[in-house]
Design a protein around this ligand. Structure first.
Ligand code: AMP
Length: 363
């Protein structure tokens, strides 16, 4: 199947071609037509499957169809129309994400795939000043990507109005529940149109009883899609174990990175403190390293990720929550310096490598 068969506009196909994608991933093949047909979707898909484009592309397509139906010939999406400026902004698409990093990445995808379309999007998350977000919202917005807590802040202040939401996406719903967002999610749900008046898409890597309950309440006769088995790891990842005394783990890690000349390694520790300590020790061993975890400011996290992506920093030491949703293209090595407590986290950790057809190695 090719992207041309999915029913996407020339503008979207152009954006996809510019990304260099040759064919849609399995989740894109299944999700795009269903979402375009207006169906609610319950999708079992991990990061790395191309799920973000799987929902972003058809959502943009639907907005474009509406725009054409409304007979607006050129220039503007809903956000651009003058009447929006005076009122509280009323976006039509809301994507809820568990972490700032994932929210940033989803919004970047919206920008990327929507670059030839007139729609406006913005990202909302906590830990940074609220005023720039308010200004951005006031200028008009069609698509909001948000973490639940800060979105509620905005709702409390009346700086955004969700009563016109047409499509609601819950991305990495399992992680949102793990992070205790259920109450925040319920409050947000009370402010969007009813189930039968909106389209709802729920993505989750795993399907616990809680997720199924949430899905039952939120989705209207959903189509289920499953592209990779829930707790199975991707086949393109080689998984290697090195037995070593605890006290010598760091030494072995430094040795492997140095002797094998690994240029980009993501290392997981269990605690924030452990991440800081290991990053310092690796740095002392002459391997440029930085830590990323929940105690760091948003600015520090964004800078650390940028330095890692650009190759300026060789080793990124992360905790599970901070690493959630990190999208680093073609990351070759993931190291579990300490094992996670639950199998799911292991699957997510090593899912950073071997993405979208690339080979990877997990230690
Ligand atoms: P996601 O699962 O949405 O986090 O996407 C994982 C990675 O796959 C991202 O780096 C995307 O840019 C990439 N990707 C998405 N769709 C495709 C495609 N059709 N072909 C190749 N790579 C893709």
């Amino acid at each position: 199947m090719s992207f041309d068969d999915l029913g996407l506009s020339a503008e979207l196909l152009r954006a996809v071609a510019e990304q260099g994608y040759s064919e849609p991933t399995p989740i894109q093949q299944r999700a795009v037509p269903l979402i375009l047909a207006g169906r609610d979707v319950l999708a079992a898909a991990q990061t790395g499957t191309g799920k973000t484009a799987g929902f972003t592309l058809p959502i943009l397509q639907s907005l474009q169809d509406e725009l054409q139906q409304a007979g607006v010939q050129d220039g503007a999406g809903d956000a651009h129309r003058g009447r929006r400026r005076r009122r509280v902004p009323q976006p039509r698409v809301l994507v809820l994400c568990p972490t700032r990093e994932l929210a940033l990445q989803v919004e970047a995808s919206v920008e990327t795939y929507g670059r030839h379309l007139p729609f406006r999007s913005t990202v909302i998350f906590g830990g940074v000043g609220i005023n720039p977000q308010i200004d951005r919202l006031r200028r008009g917005v069609d698509i909001v990507v948000a973490t639940p807590g800060r979105l509620l802040d905005h709702l409390g202040r009346g700086t955004v109005d969700l009563s016109r939401i047409e499509t609601l996406v819950l991305d990495e719903a399992d992680r949102m529940l793990d992070m205790g967002f259920i109450h925040d999610i319920r409050k947000v749900l009370a402010l969007v149109p009813e189930t039968d008046e909106r389209q709802t898409l729920l993505f989750s890597a795993t399907f616990s009883r809680e997720i199924r309950e949430l899905a039952n309440r939120l989705l209207d006769r959903p189509e289920s899609i499953e592209v990779a088995r829930c707790d199975a790891t991707a086949g393109s990842i080689a998984q290697v174990v090195h037995p070593v005394d605890k006290a010598r783990k760091r030494e072995l890690l430094s040795h492997m990175i140095g002797s094998r000349n690994w240029r980009q390694v993501l290392v997981f520790t269990r605690t924030k403190h452990g991440a800081n300590r290991l990053a310092k020790q690796l740095d002392r061993d002459g391997l440029s390293a930085t830590a990323i975890h929940g105690n760091k400011s948003q600015g520090a996290r964004t800078r650390a990720l940028a330095a890692f992506k650009s190759g300026e920093v060789r080793v990124l030491v992360a905790t599970d929550i901070a690493a959630r949703g990190l999208d680093i293209d073609q990351l070759p090595h993931v190291v579990n310096f300490e094992l996670p407590n639950v199998a799911e986290d292991y699957v997510h950790r090593i899912g950073r490598t071997g993405r979208a057809g690339n080979e990877g190695e997990a230690m």
